[in-house]
Design a protein around this ligand. Structure first.
Ligand code: ZN
Length: 577
């Protein structure tokens, strides 16, 4: 019987899987896309259905469907296996619970906690009434799995312990806090992090609970009983499962709609997000307790080109939003700004009039147009308007990666400020290009392939891609011209026995991408082989030259003459090519 891995591979096509995460574009027999694993503008990420593999020629990431899930979900192989088994309906054998990874244990633990909170919410009619008062239907609360953490120091911990979880696991999942010094509560060393709070489970991209956000419902209890005003929202701290700079609230539900609409709406908190979904606007995500990060934006950029954000025009709000805007523009997003009427938050707006929400979003304007209009209405003095527009609008144009976009907006600014376009261009030049804000982790590592390695890889790629068509010219390329580590790979590719190796598949895909429009592949192959032969002979000359010099010093006359003749022969061979 085939293994689960084999059965999953049979059922899941690589293009279908990758296409469910990112937008794929047809490129001949393959698909291409902007790489989800490094920041780039032009696609170097390819998917080959024939080879059931993917590869990025920019950052060199690549592999099969399992490797893709591991990379994009940020999980280890067992977890990727589980995700793909679920997607394909392939059943995995039940594992001994003791052998399950810590990660899986923690996911189970959070799931158990979520059910516990859900049950508590069901029992607390007053909490339900509060959610209803905020405009949320029971169905929505159920769908987002809202819950309630009881007003207790240890209700959650006890429940989880009863369910078989250990103290340190509860702490690792972020649900228990170790009491410090004099704050020791009666219950011992640990107490519940979330107490008397409405609980919002936070999901990862695959829809699994990785943390919680809790909104205060009653006066919180504090260690030591201090009467400090409790925080309105508290979140799970950084854990092995939860990283607030990566997780976007609602992303798991919004993914396909974001791809379809080619736009993502960024909201501020859980309530706004839930209400937006309830009003039928599903391509929305929210950040939890943090500003937008590069990682958030890269996750979204895999799916769409347009970002719709709300903008707070008071000065503090402006500065806070500015950073996110800069990042978004650096990532190459078209940023649109939506104005929420009468300083309401989206949740309140939707509660009062759900139909108005899509209408408000429809009016979103490109960032530069929005700023120009807002500033014009704010500053009646022409000079002040010009100055302010220069200060706050031009940097956004300057940050745009596309020259076409820049030219368009320079034109718009010129006409709004009644200036000549050249003058706007001049102003734009004066704005120093800001240091690249790209996260260092996403920089492409330069690939240092020597010319000889490059030729060898091209030849292996061609041989593996078109073995049958090229077999007649394989004789023009000798295996001993290859460096030792690739000699065997070339031979087995020419024989068709290396087809399953990812390195060979990648080279075959690369050859397919580069040479698909070439009609005389045999000539291409012969030329590359000739170049490789030259490189091989050059290397031999260098080595022979070294031996000759050594022998001249040591004085082995017979040997010296032999090497010297060899040197002359190789030199003549090289010249004849
Ligand atoms: Zn890449």
């Amino acid at each position: 019987m085939p293994s689960p891995v084999e059965r999953i591979k049979e059922k899941m096509d690589v293009a279908e899987l990758v296409g469910s995460y990112i937008k794929l574009e047809k490129a001949g027999v393959n698909f291409k896309a902007v790489c989800p694993f490094h920041s780039e503008r032009t696609p170097s990420f390819y998917v080959s259905p024939a080879r059931q593999m993917w590869h990025c020629f920019g950052c060199n990431a690549g592999g099969d469907i399992f490797r893709f899930v591991m990379n994009i979900e940020g999980v280890e192989f067992p977890e990727a296996l589980r995700i793909l088994a679920e997607k394909t309906g392939v059943e995995l054998e039940r594992q001994d619970p003791k052998l399950r990874s810590e990660r899986t244990r923690l996911l189970d633990l959070l799931e158990t906690a979520a059910s516990f909170y859900e049950k508590n919410l069901y029992e607390r009619k007053d909490v339900g009434a509060y959610l209803k008062e905020r405009g949320m239907t029971g169905q929505t609360a159920k769908s987002f799995r809202l819950g309630y953490a009881p007003d207790s120091w240890d209700a959650t911990i006890s429940h989880l312990k009863q369910a078989g979880f250990k103290q340190d696991e509860i702490e690792k999942a972020g649900l228990a806090i170790a009491a410090a010094g004099d704050q020791q509560p009666a219950t011992g060393r640990f107490y519940d992090r979330f107490r008397a709070r409405v609980m919002f489970p936070l999901f990862d991209g695959a829809g699994r609970i990785v943390g919680f956000s809790g909104r205060i419902f009653e006066k919180d209890l504090r260690p030591g009983g201090a009467d400090i005003e409790p925080a309105k929202y508290i979140n799970t701290p950084q854990t092995t499962l939860y990283d607030k700079s990566r997780v976007l609230y609602g992303f798991d539900r919004a993914k396909s709609e974001i791809r379809k609409k080619n736009a993502a709406i960024i909201l501020e908190g859980q309530m706004d997000l839930i209400m937006s979904h309830q009003a039928g606007v599903v391509n929305a995500v929210a950040v939890s307790g943090t500003a937008l990060t590069m990682q958030h934006l890269i996750s979204i950029k895999r799916l769409c080109d347009t970002l719709i954000m709300s903008f707070d025009m008071d000065n503090a709000g402006f500065e806070a939003t500015k950073k996110s805007l800069d990042l978004a523009l650096t990532c190459g997003f078209d940023v649109k700004i939506v104005l929420i009427p009468e300083v309401k938050d989206p949740a309140d707006l939707i509660k009062e009039n759900p139909e108005s929400w899509p209408v408000v979003l429809e009016k979103a304007e490109p960032i530069v147009a929005f700023l120009l209009k807002t500033l014009a209405s704010k500053h009646k003095d022409v000079l002040a308007f010009k100055k302010e527009a220069g200060r706050s609008v031009l940097p956004y144009i300057s940050a745009m990666p596309s020259e076409i976009d820049k030219a368009h907006w320079v034109g718009e600014v010129a006409s709004a400020l009644k200036m000549r376009e050249e003058n706007v261009w001049q102003e734009l030049k004066r704005i120093k290009a800001k240091p690249d804000s790209k996260d260092a982790a996403y920089e492409i590592r330069p690939q240092t392939r020597s010319r000889k390695s490059l030729l060898e890889e091209r030849l292996i790629g061609l041989a593996a891609w078109r073995r049958n068509d090229l077999s007649t010219v394989f004789g023009d390329c000798r295996a001993d011209w290859f460096s030792p580590e690739r000699r065997h790979i070339f031979e087995s590719s020419a024989q068709g026995s290396a087809a399953e190796d990812h390195y060979v598949k990648k080279l075959a895909l690369e050859a397919e991408v580069i040479y698909s429009l070439e009609d005389n592949l045999s000539d291409q192959f012969k030329n590359l082989a000739k170049e490789l032969q030259k490189e091989h002979l050059k290397n031999r000359l260098i080595k022979l030259g070294e031996s000759v010099r050594e022998l001249e010093d040591s004085g082995g006359k017979e040997e010296l003459e032999k090497k010297f003749n060899e040197f002359k022969a190789v030199s003549a061979e090289l010249n004849s090519l």
